[in-house]
Design a protein. Structure first.
Length: 416
C-alpha cells in the first residue's frame, strides 16, 4: 500500500545564512572596485615630476642615430672565378690605384687563351696562303692578257701585209679571211680576259676583307682572353682604404663573388634608420641638424631608401669635404618634419609616455595632493616636447614621471 510523503520545508536558519553570504559578497566586490578606482600611494610630492601645460614654440622633429659611411665605395667583384694563390695586402690598409691585391689562378681561362692563340695563328696562315694564291692567279691572268695583246698586235701586222699582197694577187682571199677571223677571236679572248680580271679583282678584294675581318675578330677575342687571364691579378681600381677584404690563400672563389670594397676617404655621408611609420612623411631636401666634432651641422635629406627592413627604412645626408670622421662613427641627428616653427600647447616628454602609451595623463591637484587619470590626445612631437590636442587645458599641472606604480588607477592619493 502506497505511503503519502510529506513536503519538507526549507529551514529558516539556512535561509538566513544564505542571505548573509550574499550581502558579504556584494560588500567585498564593492570594496575591491573602490580600491581599484582609487589608489592610496606611499609616494610623496617630492617623489614625482610635475609639469605645466602651456603654449610653446615647436617644430616637429625626431631624434635619430646616424652612422658615417663613405659617399663613394668601389666593390671588388670577380668577373671570373679562380683559386687564391697569393694575398698581397691586409684589410684596413690604404692602397694606391693599380696596386696588386690578390693573385688568382684559373686553368680554364689559361686553356682558352692557348686555344684562341692557336686559332689566330691558323687563321693568319690561311690568310697568307690565300693572299699568295690570289696574287699568283692575278699575275697569271695579267700574263694571259699580255700574251693576247701581243698576238693581236702580230695579227694586225700580218693582216696589213697580207692586204698589200692580196692587192697584188699574191695572197688568196681565204688566207686573208682566216687572219681576220683569228684577230676577231683574239680580241674576243682579250675582252673576256679583261672581264675576268675585273671580276676576280672584286672577288679577291671581298675575300681579303672578309679574311682580314675574321683575323681582326679572332685577334680581339685573343686580347679579351689575355685580359681575362691578366685580370686574375686583382688590382686596386682606385686609391682608398680597403675596408673589407675577405680573402684567404687557397680558397676557391666563384665568378661574381665579392672579395671586398675600397672606400674613398675624402667625403662621407650620414646614414640613419627610421621607423616605417614616417615613410610617407620624409621627403628629399627635408632639413636636419647633427652634432659632429663639437659643432652643429645643418643638413638635408639627399637620398631615401624606401625599402623596409625590420620595420625601418634608411635616409642619407651628404657631408662636405672639410669634415673629418671615421667609417662607422655614430652621431646624434635631429630630422625636422616641418619647415617652420609654430606655437602649440605642449608638455615635456617623460617616462609617462611609455607607461600610458600617450593616451592618458594624471592631472595633479596641489590642494588635495591627489591626481586624476585624464584621457588626452597628443599630436606632433619633438625630442623635448609633445603637443597636446585634447584632454587638458593651459595651466593644468600633470605628472610626467613614471606611472608604473600607479597601476592605472582612476585617481591617486599622494602623501604629504
Amino acid at each position: 500500500m502506497d505511503k503519502q510523503l510529506k513536503k519538507k520545508r526549507f529551514p529558516l536558519k539556512m535561509l538566513g545564512m544564505t542571505s548573509l553570504i550574499l550581502v558579504l559578497s556584494v560588500a567585498v566586490a564593492w570594496q575591491l572596485n573602490s580600491s581599484e578606482s582609487r589608489l592610496r600611494s606611499t609616494l610623496t610630492v617630492q617623489d614625482i615630476s610635475l609639469a605645466t601645460v602651456k603654449p610653446r614654440v615647436l617644430r616637429e622633429s625626431i631624434s635619430l642615430r646616424a652612422s658615417a659611411v663613405p659617399q663613394q665605395t668601389v666593390f671588388l667583384d670577380l668577373t671570373d672565378g679562380g683559386r687564391v694563390e697569393e694575398r698581397f695586402v691586409e684589410q684596413g690598409s690604404y692602397v694606391e690605384k693599380g696596386e696588386p691585391l690578390v693573385q688568382l689562378s684559373n686553368t680554364n681561362l689559361q686553356l682558352d687563351l692557348i686555344s684562341r692563340e692557336a686559332q689566330v695563328t691558323e687563321q693568319m696562315n690561311f690568310l697568307r696562303n690565300t693572299q699568295m694564291t690570289m696574287e699568283t692567279n692575278r699575275l697569271n691572268l695579267q700574263r694571259d692578257i699580255l700574251d693576247l695583246k701581243y698576238q693581236i698586235q702580230t695579227l694586225k701586222r700580218h693582216i696589213a701585209q697580207s692586204e698589200e699582197l692580196h692587192a697584188q694577187s699574191m695572197v688568196s682571199d681565204e688566207d686573208l679571211t682566216s687572219l681576220r677571223e683569228k684577230l676577231d677571236y683574239q680580241q674576243s679572248l682579250l675582252e673576256l680576259a679583261r672581264q675576268r680580271q675585273t671580276t676576280e679583282e672584286k672577288i679577291r678584294e671581298l675575300q681579303l676583307n672578309q679574311l682580314e675581318d675574321s683575323v681582326d675578330m679572332l685577334t680581339r677575342n685573343l686580347e679579351f682572353a689575355r685580359q681575362n687571364v691578366n685580370n686574375l691579378l686583382i688590382r686596386a681600381p682606385i686609391s682608398g682604404y680597403l675596408s673589407e677584404f675577405n680573402v684567404e690563400k687557397g680558397e676557391a672563389r666563384e665568378a661574381g663573388s665579392r672579395l671586398g670594397q675600397i672606400d674613398l676617404p675624402e667625403r662621407y655621408k650620414l646614414v640613419a634608420s627610421i621607423d616605417e611609420f614616417y615613410l610617407n612623411r620624409v621627403q628629399l631636401g627635408m632639413a636636419a641638424s647633427a652634432e659632429v666634432g663639437g659643432r652643429t651641422l645643418d643638413l638635408q635629406v639627399d637620398r631615401i631608401d624606401s625599402r623596409v627592413t625590420s620595420s625601418q627604412f634608411q635616409i642619407e645626408f651628404n657631408l662636405t669635404d672639410d669634415i673629418q670622421m671615421t667609417r662607422g662613427q655614430s652621431f646624434n641627428l635631429t630630422l625636422h618634419l616641418e619647415k617652420n616653427e609654430q606655437q602649440r600647447l605642449a608638455i615635456p616628454r617623460g617616462p609617462f609616455l611609455q607607461e600610458g602609451g600617450g593616451h592618458f595623463v594624471y592631472v595633479f591637484d596641489e590642494e588635495s595632493l591627489s591626481a586624476v587619470r585624464t584621457p588626452v590626445r597628443l599630436g606632433r612631437q619633438t625630442p623635448q616636447w609633445v603637443e597636446v590636442l585634447e584632454g587638458v587645458s593651459e595651466g593644468t599641472r600633470i605628472i610626467t614621471s613614471s606611472y608604473r606604480d600607479f597601476q592605472q588607477a582612476d585617481s591617486i592619493q599622494l602623501q604629504q
